[in-house]
Design a protein around this ligand. Structure first.
Ligand code: IMP
Ligand code: MG
Length: 201
């Protein structure tokens, strides 16, 4: 199920606009956990989180997943310290196990152009998993350049650069319990130091 949420009520005067509140995120993550459990009656999927944006989503998803499962993490570099993709994704840290024959679920914070997910899927498919799916908290579908499948989506969002719930801008704002969009001014004129001061809308 795709859910599109745009809460104007969260508009703040500090270059940030809350798009998805904490309660809505928690409720949706619980639904996704139940859905994944239903789709894996045999249990034991391997969740592979894509560092570092996945961390809060991964932790909440694990608590919402009422079946045995394992976790691992991979790190990909694509955005470096800006809000624009640098293009070709690069493997920074690989997982530490064999995934042959496993039911693998990639856990992403957000799918934007799809290049990162395309790279991850190619990387993992070459290792012969039994199945490979993706769960993404956020989907910026309108920005897609690669036609990649995303089996579980939390929220479809408009073409805005968002932070919070693990997502960052120049390593800031990951701690926010909600998803907020940064204003164009914050993105173009805001230095990382200025942006830091905008953390509480
Ligand atoms: P893609 O390769 O363009 O799909 O980008 C995927 C990665 O870029 C995501 O896993 C995020 O880490 C990062 N990213 C894309 N959009 C945003 C955003 O709006 N805020 C923060 N990070 C983003
Ligand atoms: Mg990511």
């Amino acid at each position: 199920m795709l859910v599109c949420v745009l809460l104007e009520a969260g508009k703040g005067g500090s270059g940030m606009e809350v798009l998805i509140g904490s309660d809505a995120i928690q409720a949706r993550v619980r639904e996704i956990g139940k859905q994944i459990a239903r789709d894996h009656p045999e249990g034991a999927p391997l969740l592979i989180g894509v560092l570092r944006g996945c961390v809060i989503f991964m932790a909440d998803l694990m608590k919402s997943l009422p079946i045995p499962h394992e976790i691992d993490f991979i790190s990909i570099s694509s955005y470096e310290l800006s809000s624009q993709s640098s293009g070709a994704p690069r493997l920074v840290k690989d997982i530490g196990r064999d995934i042959a024959g496993r039911d693998v679920i990639i856990v992403e914070d957000i799918v934007d152009t799809g290049h990162t997910l395309d790279f991850l899927r190619r990387t993992f498919l070459a290792r012969n998993p039994a199945s490979l799916k993706t769960v993404a908290l956020l989907d910026k579908k309108s920005r897609r350049e690669c036609n990649v499948p995303v089996e579980y989506v939390g929220f479809e969002i408009p073409d805005r650069f968002v932070v919070g719930y693990g997502l960052d801008f120049a390593e800031r704002f990951r701690h926010l319990p909600y998803i907020a969009a940064l204003s164009a001014e914050e993105l173009t004129q805001g230095s990382p130091v200025r942006s830091m001061g905008a953390a509480q809308p």
